[in-house]
Write a protein that binds this ligand. Structure first.
Ligand code: C2E
Ligand code: CA
Length: 567
């Protein structure tokens, strides 16, 4: 049974949580200050630690730090009254899983616990795997393993913390796409390469430096006393060059590349975990920017990570507090420029930062699974608004509503049912709803995509392929999918103005789309010139700032009111 430790000095909170969690299958222990919490935490093993940030005798982060040092897998959740992450650097380092704002809501606490338990299961698995792999690494390469590296790092960090003149640098080396090597050449070759690589790395450092194998295809190098950051970088470059030399395995030549995350001593490091975490952050950042090879850890990475954590936290709060709204952008029929549709575009009214546009939060919402809540809200709110317009302007019953669907939402098994039930709730003509999906949705798994698209089509709604021209843009597969419209992305439309080649490409795309009986929309028309070019092609519909910018529901209401009645 999972064990949860809750530390808060407000007796009412402890009581409410104990009662509220009684029906769940957890063992819940309570403490009303930091030191009794630590005492409990050191005598029992807990899965989750929920602590107030402000305790009477110490800071909640202090409690987390102490308990994490005896049980690194415990998952911390913070209760905070301030609404901001004052101690965010430290919180990030301590891998705080969630923030709960006072006043607490029981469902939010339960959700945070569920997420925490999931995280705990994943880290536990990863720890076990690392332990297994580092044991294997000893036999394969004869290098030190992770725990030996951590021991050494521990003493190096402690010594240099006492003595300012002692320097050190740690770098993590990860083989790019090593799975591909194993898959292509087999595990035997993979093992030969790993042990050869270990020898090459050892040849790049002094005998007193440490090379360790952290797990399957990740190595660490700890150098002590480099005279400058440049020397550390030079050693990393040497390792990189050595790894890049071809390997000869039983007559086969295999080449590979590595990514390296590098961190050098600063006064800031008090624990080896901090150093490793930052090297890891540099490594991840290096992997993201393919082709770069070596990345020094810098403050910006930490700032980005904090910003990302803050965004995550704000998004959760934003959804709870209903800080989102829809704007609508008219879509016009090319032949007479009548508005025949509206595209709903989500906006976030952030209490501190003002309006935030979807490009800045949708991918985060996808990453942390909040896209389902947001997507369902968009669906519900869009349908509610469409119904209201239809009731206000009965003459405009033929105006359709376009909704953008994230690939994640689309992947949900129950998505079509959800659409059907909302359409029924608002008694909307399904033909008036158009779902905009991107090509990536079609490419990921075309068999199941066809099935899901067909289920949505069966309801009677329409499907639009959004942003054509920015992704794969392969025509050959389009006929397989039950699509109704194709939107040509704004970058394509805008390039037509400057570049005849783009014009010719768009022209052939439009012609081909017509052969496939797809209606074609030009998106992002911003100038008269772009509009002239669009007019000279057989587009069906246009959309863009040149005609109308996205506006609030009430601004759009005026736009609709001013529209001439259909002839
Ligand atoms: P998109 O689907 O390609 O939407 C069109 C974007 O282009 C919108 O940006 C719109 O404001 C902008 N736009 C329209 N006309 C013009 C123009 O003439 N010039 C220029 N430069 N831009 C124009 P927005 O609202 O910032 O949305 C960005 C993206 O966020 C959308 O791209 C869409 O992929 C996504 N998105 C928006 N709302 C939602 C939503 O409710 N759910 C999901 N999953 N994604 C959404
Ligand atoms: Ca769109």
């Amino acid at each position: 049974m999972e064990r949860i430790l809750i530390i808060d000095d407000e007796a009412s909170i402890l009581k409410a949580l104990k009662l509220g969690l009684a029906s769940e299958n957890y063992v819940v222990d309570l403490a009303d200050d930091g030191s009794s919490g630590i005492q409990l935490g050191q005598t029992h093993s807990y899965d989750i630690l929920i602590t107030d940030l402000l305790l009477p005798d110490m800071n909640g982060l202090e409690v987390i730090r102490t308990l994490k040092s005896s049980d690194p897998e415990i998952v911390p959740i913070i209760i905070t009254g301030q609404g901001s992450l004052q101690s965010s650097v430290e919180a990030l380092r301590l891998e705080v899983c969630d923030y709960l704002e006072k006043p607490l809501s029981l469902p939010a606490v339960k959700r945070a616990i569920a997420r925490g338990l999931q995280k705990r299961a994943t880290t536990h698995q990863a720890h076990e795997m690392n332990a297994r792999q580092s044991m294997a690494s000893d036999t394969l390469t004869g290098l030190s393993d992770r725990s030996m590296l951590m021991n050494r790092l521990n003493s190096v960090v402690a010594e240099s913390y006492q003595n300012d003149s002692l320097s050190y640098a740690l770098f993590l080396i990860d083989i790019d796409h090593f799975k591909g090597v194993n898959d292509t050449y087999g595990h035997y070759t993979g093992d030969v390469i790993i042990s050869e690589l270990a020898n090459r790395f050892k040849g790049c450092v002094r005998p007193s430096d440490m090379v360790a194998r952290m797990n399957g295809d990740e190595f660490a190098v700890l150098i002590e006393g480099p005279e400058s950051d440049l020397i550390a970088a030079a050693v990393a470059e040497r390792c990189q060059r050595e790894a890049g030399r071809a390997f000869d395995v039983d007559g086969q030549k295999v080449t590979l590349s590595v990514s390296i995350g590098l961190v050098v001593k600063t006064t800031y490091y008090e624990s080896p975990d901090d150093v490793l975490r930052d090297a890891d952050m540099a490594l991840s950042s290096c992997k993201e920017q393919e082709g770069e090879g070596i990345r020094f850890f810098d403050q910006k990475m930490l700032d980005d990570a904090i910003e990302s954590l803050q965004l995550e936290n704000d998004l959760r709060i934003g959804i709870q507090n209903q800080e989102f709204m829809l704007h609508y952008q008219p879509i016009l029929q090319l032949e007479d420029l009548r508005t025949i549709g509206l595209e709903a575009l989500i906006r976030w009214h952030h209490p501190e930062h003002g309006i935030i546009y979807p490009d800045d939060f949708i991918s985060k919402a996808e990453e942390i699974g909040l896209i389902y809540n947001l997507g369902n809200w968009v669906l519900e709110e869009g349908c509610r608004q469409l119904k209201q317009w239809q009731q206000t302007f009965p003459g405009l019953n033929d105006i359709s509503l376009n909704l953008n669907i994230s690939g994640h939402q689309f992947g949900q098994a129950e998505f079509a049912d959800k659409i059907a039930s909302i359409i029924a709730d608002y008694s909307i003509d399904p033909g008036m709803l158009k779902f905009e999906i991107t090509e990536s949705v079609l490419m990921e798994s075309s068999a199941s995509a066809i099935e899901k698209l067909s289920a949505i089509k069966k309801i009677g709604t329409k499907l639009v392929l959004d942003d054509f021209g920015t992704g794969y843009s392969a025509f050959s597969y389009l006929h397989q999918f039950p699509l109704d419209e194709l939107k040509i992305g704004k970058s394509f439309i805008q390039q037509m103005e400057f570049n005849t080649e783009s014009y010719e490409i768009v022209k052939s795309v439009v012609e081909l789309a017509q052969k496939l009986r797809l209606k074609v929309v030009a998106e992002g028309v911003e100038t008269q010139d772009q509009f002239n070019r669009v007019k000279s092609l057989d587009f069906d519909m246009v959309q863009g700032f040149w005609f109308a910018k996205p506006g609030t529901a009430s601004a759009i209401c005026q736009h609709l009111e001013n529209m001439p009645d259909p002839a």
